[in-house]
Design a protein around this ligand. Structure first.
Ligand SMILES: [Zn+2]
Length: 208
């Protein structure tokens, strides 16, 4: 399967985005991404451009999880949500429309965020399994990602691979074998969990 991906990122993570683009192009994977100049213009116009021109042809959207990608970033001086672009980008990727089918979603945890996301493990009192703590919540990502990461839990309240739609990996492992993770995210589209994907009615603070 040959892929075309879209990269959703915050301007603070531009240098990682550029390294990823270079790596993917070296592997023959086509990349769509918005330049900062386009982003600074009218948001509705920009989003229409993203949907029509940029995301229409993609199979996977890569979401960079950096120090400024979380729901908790809150509002700017004008009361607008800091995440308005990435919220729209993920929403557009998750929507499933004629001529523009849903993308697989791959979250790439940037090195500065590893310690915040991975918080050790504990033994569950009910099932005695060792459970790894993975903080995919308002403190690390926007809700379009977290809600589709922790989607369906097992009887004990744990989320196994088949209960997650979004795929998660570390930046360093991604750079070693990007195709592996892009394929994994794409294959989710054909799995039963894809039926539970949610993107309508997710609430955010302020205008966005
Ligand atoms: Zn348990």
């Amino acid at each position: 399967m040959s892929h075309r991906v879209f990269i959703s990122f915050k301007k603070e993570d531009l240098s990682y985005k550029n390294k990823i683009v270079a790596k993917l192009e070296e592997k023959g994977i086509q990349v769509n991404h918005l330049d900062e100049e386009i982003r600074s213009e009218d948001i509705d116009y920009v989003m229409q451009q993203i949907r029509d021109k940029w995301q229409g042809s993609t199979t996977v959207t890569i979401f960079l999880i950096g120090t400024h990608s979380s729901e908790n970033e809150g509002l700017d001086y004008y009361g607008r949500n800091h995440q308005s672009f990435i919220i729209r980008e993920l929403r557009s990727a998750l929507s499933d429309r004629e001529g523009n089918p849903r993308d697989g979603i791959l979250g790439v945890i940037l090195p500065e965020m590893e310690q915040k996301v991975f918080g050790g493990s504990y033994i569950c009192k009910h099932c005695q399994q060792t459970i790894s703590i993975v903080r995919i919540d308002d403190s690390t990502v926007i809700r379009e990602f977290s809600k589709n990461y922790y989607l369906r839990s097992d009887d004990c309240g744990h989320f196994e691979e088949d209960g997650r739609f979004c795929v998660l990996c570390r930046y360093n492992e991604f750079m070693q074998d990007p195709e592996k993770f892009i394929n994994q995210a794409y294959e989710k589209l054909g799995k039963p969990i894809a039926k539970y994907v949610t993107y309508k009615g997710i609430k955010h603070e302020g205008d966005y």
